[in-house]
Design a binder for this molecule. Structure first.
Ligand code: NAP
Length: 308
């Protein structure tokens, strides 16, 4: 079978760190081109300054991975789908829920695969955590996602702008895991979003959810953590405590601890290839919906200005 010719649109931090090695490590794909307005691209790979130029003058492609900031994602995605190209959307899949719905309808109509990728769901501990929790009664959940924005998002202006999500940019990764591993749906009860007085997006958030069985779910997001970073989910159950740490890579069960390898992006690309070969799409907006609800229902408070 011929490899799927794929272009990366938005060759920034995540594309270079994860997409390029995952594509090069998967025989189902060949990296046909990259696109970015201000970047020189990669040695030996055709590079174009815009999606327009790629579709007009570039090499033929079967698929595109959209790795831009979310605010510009819809127009690029609609243009690519309009050309009959399979589409991989980095998380979050859009800046609004309605635009993702419109893309899903367009992909169905055109007959191509649309993949709303949630990389944290492919962390090594997540699938076994989901299987273990399926048999348990959930008593409570605690999510602590505290990191240093200056380390992980240096100088990224878009992340602080409307649609950039602020601290929910990493926080939505935690929600992508929790929506996947808990057996029942859950919803927001109360939230406080803390915004620097010079920024349009939160630097911290405190959220209380409840699942449909009544179990409380608390989420603590903070971008001001220096020193050790925390990406932990603790689930108390009738059969003891489950903990996912290091963003889902390490699973602690009452019976012991399992350390997994870094398989997130290889897993995403295997899934994308399977979707294309099978003529299917995978678009789950649950994590984005919970974030939208936090912006809809949360109270805002202001804190000190943030400077990179
Ligand atoms: P980034 O480093 O700021 O890179 C964004 C890239 O998008 C840049 O190369 C930029 O090009 C390009 N771009 C912007 N507008 C464009 C347009 N109209 N057409 C083509 N390219 C355009 O951001 P990032 O950290 O990689 O994040 C990108 C997405 O990945 C976000 O949704 C983020 O949530 C997600 N993500 C990030 C991480 C992470 O650790 N950073 C992890 C997982 C997922 P120029 O620089 O040339 O202007």
């Amino acid at each position: 079978m011929d490899p799927i010719r794929i272009a990366i649109v938005g060759i920034g931090k995540i594309a270079r760190d994860q997409h390029v090695p995952a594509i090069r490590g998967n025989n189902a794909f060949s990296l046909a081109a990259t696109v970015s307005p201000h970047d020189a691209g990669l040695d030996g790979v055709p590079h174009l300054a815009s999606l327009d130029s790629l579709l007009r003058d570039g090499p033929a492609v079967d698929a595109i991975a959209l790795c831009t900031p979310p605010q510009v994602r819809y127009d690029l995605a609609a243009q690519a789908l309009g050309r009959g190209v399979h589409l991989f959307l980095e998380k979050p899949p859009g800046a609004t829920l309605a635009e993702v719905g419109a893309l899903q309808a367009q992909a169905d109509k055109v007959g191509v695969s649309l993949f709303a990728a949630w990389h944290s769901r492919f962390a090594a501990g997540v699938a076994p955590a989901r299987a273990w929790l399926a048999e348990r009664r959930i008593e409570s959940v605690s999510i602590v996602w505290r990191e240093d924005v200056r380390v992980w998002h240096p100088g990224q202006a878009w992340i602080w702008q409307p649609g950039g999500l602020g601290v929910f940019d990493p926080g939505i990764n935690a929600l992508s895991i929790v929506t996947h591993i808990l057996p029942r749906p859950f919803f927001l009860r109360d939230a406080t979003l803390t915004l620097p007085d010079n920024r349009a997006a939160p630097i911290a958030a405190d959220l209380h959810f409840r699942d449909t069985g009544g179990a409380p779910i608390h989420m603590d997001l903070d971008w001001r953590q220096t020193g050790p970073q925390s990406w932990d989910i603790v689930v108390e159950t009738d059969a003891g405590t489950l903990k996912l740490s290091q963003g889902g890579a390490v699973l602690h069960l009452p019976s012991g601890t399992e350390h997994g390898e870094d398989v997130e992006y290889p897993g995403l690309y295997s899934r994308f290839a399977a979707l294309i070969r099978g003529g299917r799409s995978d678009v789950d907006t649950d994590p984005l919906r919970l974030v939208a609800d936090a912006f809809l229902r949360g109270r805002r408070e202001t804190t000190d200005a943030f400077h990179d």
